[in-house]
Design a protein around this ligand. Structure first.
Ligand code: BG6
Length: 514
């Protein structure tokens, strides 16, 4: 049974959260377009309920799910089941009270009349619940509906609440398909909402361990002085999943690993790893540094990238089918389910330090980790033959484990306690679970809360989206024009195609095992 994130803290820390720190959001109606889907059921409503349990939400809150199907009779029970399935600990009456704030409305996203009635319904809710005209629109819809919904919100003047409240919109990724389509989408949204009303969500930024990269680097003096090409040899970021595409064939056929994970989640992690220190921790300064960093990354070409697609194989002891045999996938698909790239960052801090990134489905296990490999010392005293079981002096590593088993490891050489000078790698280990208990909040809690507060720090700015697409678009266009004769080229349950190892071997390096 999972616990709220207040409960998991040691008692002396709980009081930090016993009152929301400073503020809680204004009264709000959260309107979820695509409200009948999995995201609402598995992530958004559980996150809102969890926040409410932690007294972090205003009492005057309402949630309206909007979707095409007529689900009025089953919606509440289905969503309630979704919350219960997350294992959140609560009694039935609290859950019932929460569900009283949740309602459903069936409408087609292109039905102009539907928006008129929705607007009336929201005004009714304002009167009944005191939500003061504040709106948070969440677009949990397939990307082809983004513009339709946004345009209709504009057409019906729902982009600015009439009675002095505020209107904000959260957009789920993918933000476009390449640079040109991202610019078109950003322009279309900008016709209706100002940038400070737009919250482009990347749930990786909601992850504690991703936010902690920023703290790890900038809250102390120990690491930052070493964080540059003088000391760092290379950086490796792995986002491996053992799952396949989970029935999302049509979506994944269009996306592939590059658009699904690398261009967004991994670029957010990379930005935190590599950005310069912002002047302050304000949203404006953090976003500006991130964008500066992304713009300094050299656009990718096929020469610096490897793509793969899984064949059948064994994952977690179970036989699984090849990507091309998945439901609603083209049996000759050339969509990549794995991608590895080598990135170069053209700044004084990073010139000459390769950043290797890889992401894939149906890999050997689920793990997301950043490995920072340091250079050997300028003058090595211990270079002679070393006795003992170790094969030489290890490179210093900092391993930032994003998930699972969240934590940080620092690897260094240690003298073996024997009467010779033999050196072995050892690890200094910090584990979230040991320090703070089992952590269960999903990233959406923090992000929903921040959007309700109007804080954009953990959201993706339009300039960042476009900078990230500028890096990937040349590669994606090149790949689209070149046949993939060797697909499938890795077995499910492996670490990807041979080309991934070759990408590093060309530089005399290899992937650290994660
Ligand atoms: C989503 C992708 O954005 O992130 C999925 O669309 C992927 O394909 C998921 O499985 C991974 O998220 P997490 O939080 O499980 O690492």
């Amino acid at each position: 049974m999972s616990k709220s994130y207040v409960e998991v803290l040691p008692p002396e820390r709980r009081e930090l959260f016993s009152k929301p720190q400073g503020q809680i959001p204004d009264p709000t109606v959260v309107v979820i377009f695509g409200g009948s889907g999995d995201l609402t059921k598995r992530k958004l409503l559980p996150a809102l309920f969890h926040l409410e349990q932690s007294s972090l939400l205003p009492r005057e809150l309402a949630v309206v799910g909007v979707a095409r199907r007529d689900l009025a009779a089953t919606f509440a029970a289905d969503m309630k089941a979704g919350i219960v399935e997350t294992g959140v600990r609560s009694d039935e009456s609290k859950l019932r009270n929460f569900m009283e704030k949740v309602s459903y409305r069936a409408m087609h996203f292109d039905d102009s009349e539907g928006y008129v009635r929705l607007k009336e319904k929201l005004a009714d809710i304002d009167r009944a619940r005191g939500t003061k005209g504040n709106r948070l629109f969440y677009l949990a819809v397939a990307p082809e509906y983004f513009q339709e919904v946004i345009n209709n919100l504009g057409k019906h003047s729902m982009n600015n609440s009439e009675n002095g409240g505020h209107a904000r919109v959260i957009i789920e990724k993918p933000f476009g398909h390449d640079l040109a389509s991202a610019i078109r989408l950003n322009d279309a949204v900008a016709n209706v909402f100002d940038e400070d009303q737009i919250f482009r969500i990347d749930h990786y930024l909601g992850k504690e361990t991703v936010q902690n990269i920023f703290v790890f680097r900038f809250a102390q003096a120990l690491f930052e002085p070493l964080w540059n090409s003088q000391y760092i040899d290379n950086v490796q970021i792995t986002a491996a999943e053992s799952i396949g595409i989970e029935g999302r064939g049509p979506f994944y056929e269009e996306a592939g690993a590059s658009r699904d994970i690398l261009q967004n989640h991994m670029m957010e992690m990379l930005a935190y790893i590599a950005m310069d220190r912002p002047r302050t921790a304000s949203a404006e300064d953090v976003i500006a540094e991130k964008v500066k960093l992304l713009k300094a990354i050299q656009p990718l070409t096929a020469g610096n990238a490897v793509r793969g697609q899984y064949g059948k194989g064994i994952v977690d002891g179970r036989e699984v089918r090849a990507y091309r045999e998945e439901e609603r996938v083209n049996p000759e698909s050339s969509t990549e389910t794995f991608a590895a790239v080598k990135m170069e960052i053209d700044t004084p801090r990073w010139r000459g330090v390769p950043f290797y990134l890889r992401a894939g489905k149906r890999l050997a296990k689920r793990v997301t980790e950043v490995v920072i490999q340091f250079k050997p010392p300028a003058h090595q005293l211990f270079s002679g033959a070393l006795a003992g079981p170790c094969q030489g002096i290890p490179a210093n590593l900092i391993r930032l484990r994003i998930q699972p088993d969240e934590g940080i490891k620092i690897v260094f050489g240690n003298k073996l306690p024997v009467p010779t000078t033999a050196i072995c790698p050892v690890e200094a280990v910090f584990r979230y679970a040991d320090a703070f208990g089992k952590y269960t909040a999903n990233g959406y809690e923090r992000l929903l809360l921040d959007a309700m507060m109007g804080d954009p720090t953990l959201f993706t700015h339009r300039n960042a989206v476009e900078a990230a697409w500028s890096i990937f678009t040349p590669l994606l266009h090149q790949w689209a024009g070149e046949a993939t004769r060797d697909f499938p080229n890795y077995a499910s349950g492996s670490w990807g195609p041979a080309g991934s190892d070759e990408l590093l071997a060309r530089d005399g390096r290899q992937w650290h095992s994660v």
